[in-house]
Design a protein around this ligand. Sequence first.
Ligand SMILES: [Zn+2]
Length: 215
Amino acid sequence: MNDLLTHNPIEGQTLFNHWCWGLENSKIYSVRSLRVVLDENMLDEATRATIWAIQVPIKVNVFVWRLRPNRLPTRVNLEKRGMVLQDYKCVCCNVEEETVQHLLVDCGMAKELLAVTGFWAASLNFPLIINSTEDLFSQQPHPPRSKEKEASEVIARALLWTLWRFRNGLLFEGKVKTTQQLLMEVKEVAYNWIKSRSKWYRNCLWSDWFDNPAM
Ligand SMILES: [Zn+2]
């Protein structure tokens, strides 16, 4: 964010003692205008169209936005930024170095959670095996603006968000969880997001979602 602020004209301008937003003609701040600048500066053409999902909270979209150009603060990424840590190993397995690829794709916990999530969401053609986090964003065989596409996008983000929060809980609070507990979190998180923000799932019952997100 600091990089963007220094390279782009999105600083506020004082005018009659008010802050103005330079990216909108109205001078009023909007998430959309900020999103456009972030996307244009950080993402390639193919990535831009699929990054923001309106069904998930902004903080999760920002998380995905940081994930895709490999800017999540994993231990290895912190080392690249010059931070000296005592340990660069993955918090979950304590074997491999904690890169984004390892933590969210290759680590045993990530693989297990992806497998059980894929099994639960099989009727959405959710992938059971992925080679990179990009596969979760690109392997969506559904028509645009369809119920299935929305559910797949929400579940992909809930899966990655749950893994990241699990890693932070383990690192900072020593919270250990099983794969089944994490799967339950994925279901709950995704349900709360999609029920409150998707017209398709507005009246969806938890019990139906729990059994099959394609309903
Ligand atoms: Zn690991």
